[in-house]
Design a protein around this ligand. Structure first.
Ligand SMILES: *[C@@H]1O[C@H](CO)[C@@H](O)[C@H](O)[C@H]1NC(C)=O
Ligand SMILES: *[C@@H]1O[C@H](CO)[C@@H](O)[C@H](O)[C@H]1NC(C)=O
Ligand SMILES: *[C@@H]1O[C@H](CO)[C@@H](O)[C@H](O)[C@H]1NC(C)=O
Ligand SMILES: *[C@@H]1O[C@H](CO)[C@@H](O)[C@H](O)[C@H]1NC(C)=O
Ligand SMILES: *[C@@H]1O[C@H](CO)[C@@H](O)[C@H](O)[C@H]1NC(C)=O
Ligand SMILES: *[C@@H]1O[C@H](CO)[C@@H](O)[C@H](O)[C@H]1NC(C)=O
Ligand SMILES: *[C@@H]1O[C@H](CO)[C@@H](O)[C@H](O)[C@H]1NC(C)=O
Ligand SMILES: *[C@@H]1O[C@H](CO)[C@@H](O)[C@H](O)[C@H]1NC(C)=O
Ligand SMILES: *[C@@H]1O[C@H](CO)[C@@H](O)[C@H](O)[C@H]1NC(C)=O
Ligand SMILES: *[C@@H]1O[C@H](CO)[C@@H](O)[C@H](O)[C@H]1NC(C)=O
Ligand SMILES: *[C@@H]1O[C@H](CO)[C@@H](O)[C@H](O)[C@H]1NC(C)=O
Ligand SMILES: *[C@@H]1O[C@H](CO)[C@@H](O)[C@H](O)[C@H]1NC(C)=O
Length: 610
């Protein structure tokens, strides 16, 4: 009988004015939890004078079992229920303890009143399992982000359970695609790394009670991603012998493993940081790292670093094809090498200026400079400069070109007074300094092997053709010049100034009466190396030094050229600097020799004391 009908009957009875109703109001169904208590409560119309109360139980299958009977003064609990029931008369409530599943079924209350009217009520007891052992199980022990479908199941003991999920105590909101709830299951498709950090819990709820699981979390493996590679030092070009530290990092769970790739191969190091010490040039190339996650089986590669390891350039040397160059006849090959380091660029300079590319030929690597036919203008200082990204250096080679003698000519007067001392000079252009031989009328004048010829006490038989023969021992060339010298009437004699030095030519001749002493020779040679001059002071009269020269009698000039590498005078001056105080002669004994060259190389000071 349902609630509605019971109330309807009561209502009808009340309206009819009858005091006796034959139904009791009871809930159609009550629930109890196994092991706990349940109350069956009936609403008895107040007009009823209760005489006897009878509770009985009709199991799902089986016959009516009396539970309890009470009369005005007496009550009786049937044997099967002793200790399990209590009846509260005032509220018409029967309490049943320690429920078991067997208690499920119909419970009937029958009340007889003083008029022997019988009122009957009935209710249905459902014995529920207690909610217990709520826990979360997962289909997977660990998951892979995006790939795994995680199915969490809320497992619980209990009856008529409903399930709900909490994420860090906040109810989980499912979206029906990524996250779906199906009964006790929470299904997460293509799980995200943060989905199950939770902590996650589930609650199982029966109509009477609920219980929540322990928190649960599941590792979702992800990555690697965001791989970054760092390099110390960061430069793309490093010096040979330097150290390099490469580090790789990536976001990954579990932590990524690393593999280093070098020019397509693998380095033996499998660590996040790799130290390459004492780098060699063979370690130039492309470096990258690869992060690998063995759980997700995914990998990711870093960007590639192109590294160059270079050796610093050192030991630059210019080598020469031959040591002696002859103008117009030699081929010059200058080759620039370095004992260590590879050069990216080669630059050549001559005398500080770029080379005239019309005169020189470069090899394709520019390391060899060739001048097919060398000329005297090619002489100079050649500089080779080698550069690479980390260093540079240079070296120089001073190239000397042998040439001549050229422009051989004789300077001097054409006429001489009898008794006069005549001097005629041979001018020339030559490297190295040439050898001379003077001839008179085609006949060798013995001992006259300097650029200057002095004829003291000129006589008419000295008139004739004078020839200067200049020979260059290196070029093997010989050139001559001729000069006519005649006796002249004294009336016609011109003043004999000294002729100025010609370009490239010089002549220094000092007359001497007695031989220089050995120690003086040594002294002077040691001093100069270039030239040694001997002269005697007592010949030199007071006044102009020009006059001194005129009075000297015997030529004793001696020229000792240095190795041709050094001396190439373009002009030469002779002058007197001071008077020698302790020599009685008024003629100066000190003079300087100044050689102006391009480039300026030597300065010589001559001290003569004979
Ligand atoms: C049953 O009813 C009695 C009496 O009113 C009350 O003391 C007890 O708490 C009730 N038990 C339950 C489980 O409601
Ligand atoms: C929900 O679970 C039941 C059984 O547990 C299954 O038969 C049904 O297909 C599931 N539904 C969805 C949408 O997964
Ligand atoms: C739990 O909360 C975090 C943070 O709000 C969220 O990222 C995650 O997806 C949630 N997980 C579930 C199962 O709702
Ligand atoms: C869940 O996470 C907490 C802290 O993050 C950790 O202490 C606990 O061991 C985790 N539990 C599981 C089952 O992974
Ligand atoms: C490179 O590292 C080594 C030790 O591994 C150290 O001895 C050396 O000095 C380092 N070289 C440079 C150039 O820093
Ligand atoms: C390094 O990489 C560059 C560009 O990808 C490539 O041109 C070069 O050949 C590579 N070098 C080596 C040694 O593999
Ligand atoms: C993840 O899924 C992709 C494509 O669906 C598959 O190729 C890959 O093997 C899966 N990874 C794992 C670890 O199962
Ligand atoms: C330069 O090279 C030449 C021959 O090629 C060699 O004789 C000379 O010793 C070298 N000089 C240096 C400084 O290496
Ligand atoms: C000079 O170099 C050229 C080419 O550069 C070569 O043909 C020639 O043989 C070289 N000469 C010498 C003397 O080395
Ligand atoms: C030298 O030659 C000139 C002209 O040819 C001649 O006049 C002179 O007599 C010659 N002198 C001697 C000493 O042979
Ligand atoms: C100059 O070159 C020619 C031929 O090329 C040769 O016969 C001659 O000996 C060379 N002269 C010198 C001084 O080397
Ligand atoms: C010859 O040279 C010397 C020394 O340079 C000079 O004194 C003399 O005047 C010169 N003679 C002539 C004729 O030029």
């Amino acid at each position: 009988m349902d609630l509605y009908n019971s109330w309807l009957i009561l209502l009808l009875l009340a309206e009819a004015g009858f005091c006796s109703a034959d139904q009791l109001v009871m809930p159609a169904m009550v629930s109890g939890v196994k092991g706990k208590n349940v109350n069956f409560t009936a609403t008895v119309p107040p007009s009823i004078e209760v005489e006897t109360v009878t509770w009985s139980f009709i199991p799902k299958s089986g016959v009516n079992v009396p539970i309890y009977v009470a009369m005005l003064l007496k009550e009786k609990v049937s044997d099967a229920y002793v200790g399990r029931v209590t009846y509260y008369r005032t509220v018409s409530t029967l309490q049943l303890n320690a429920l078991t599943p067997a208690d499920g079924g119909s419970y009937t209350l029958t009340i007889v009143d003083a008029n022997l009217n019988q009122l009957v009520g009935q209710t249905e007891l459902v014995v529920l399992e207690p909610v217990a052992d709520v826990k979360i199980t997962s289909n997977l022990l660990e998951a892979v982000e995006f790939n795994s479908t995680v199915i969490l199941t809320c497992v619980a003991k209990g009856s008529s359970l409903k399930y709900s999920w909490q994420n860090n105590s906040i109810p989980v909101v499912v979206d029906g695609t990524h996250m779906v709830q199906n009964g006790s299951q929470l299904i997460i498709n293509g799980v995200f790394r943060a989905d199950l950090i939770g902590p996650i819990s589930c609650t199982a709820k029966s109509p009477l009670e609920s219980s929540t699981s322990d928190t649960f979390n599941l590792t979702v493996n992800y990555g690697p991603e965001l791989v970054t590679k760092t390099q110390v030092p960061a430069a793309a070009v490093l010096k040979k012998g330097s150290n390099l530290t490469l580090s790789c990092s990536a976001k990954s769970s579990p932590a990524a493993e690393f593999v280093w790739l070098f020019n397509g191969g693998e380095l033996p190091q499998k660590t996040a940081t790799v130290v390459l010490s004492n780098l060699g040039e063979e370690q130039s190339g492309n470096y990258s790292c690869m992060a690998y996650n063995s759980k997700t089986m995914r990998y990711i590669s870093s960007e590639v670093t192109q590294l160059s390891v270079l050796e610093a350039i050192s030991g630059i040397n210019i080598s020469v094809s031959t040591s002696t160059f002859i103008a117009g006849n030699s081929t010059v090959n200058l080759t620039c090498t370095s004992s260590a380091g590879k050069a990216d660029s080669v630059h050549w300079h001559k005398d500080g200026k770029p080379l005239d590319t019309n005169r020189v030929i470069f090899s394709t690597d520019k390391r060899t400079l060739s001048i097919p036919i060398v000329q005297k203008e090619d002489a100079g200082e050649y500089k080779c400069e080698l550069k690479n990204k980390i260093s540079n250096g240079d070296n120089k080679y001073n190239m000397l070109i042998n040439y001549g003698p050229e422009n051989v000519a004789i300077k001097g007067d054409k006429y001489a007074m009898e008794g006069q001392t005549m001097s005629i000079n041979c001018t020339f252009a030559s490297v190295p300094y040439p050898k001379f031989q003077w001839k008179f009328n085609g006949t060798v004048i013995p001992g006259e092997t300097t650029a200057c010829l002095i004829i003291s006490g000129f006589q008419s038989e000295n008139s004739g053709i004078y020839t200067c023969e200049a020979s260059n021992l290196v070029t093997g060339l010989k050139n001559i010049a001729t000069h006519n010298l005649m006796v002249k009437d004294s009336a016609v004699q011109e003043s004999q100034g000294l002729s100025k030095e010609e370009e490239y030519g010089y002549c220094i001749t000092i007359l001497k009466k007695r031989k220089p002493q050995k120690e003086h020779l040594d002294l002077l040679e040691q001093f100069f190396g270039h030239f040694v001059f001997f002269f005697t002071h007592k010949m030199i009269p007071p006044g102009s030094w020009k006059n001194c020269l005129h009075k000297w009698k015997t030529p004793l000039g001696l020229a000792l050229p240095l190795p041709h590498t050094v001396f190439r005078p373009q002009s030469l001056e002779i002058g007197f600097l001071s008077r020698n105080s302790y020599l009685p002669s008024t003629c100066p004994v000190n003079f300087s020799l100044v050689a102006q060259e391009n480039p300026t190389l030597k300065f010589a000071l001559l001290l003569g004391i004979f």
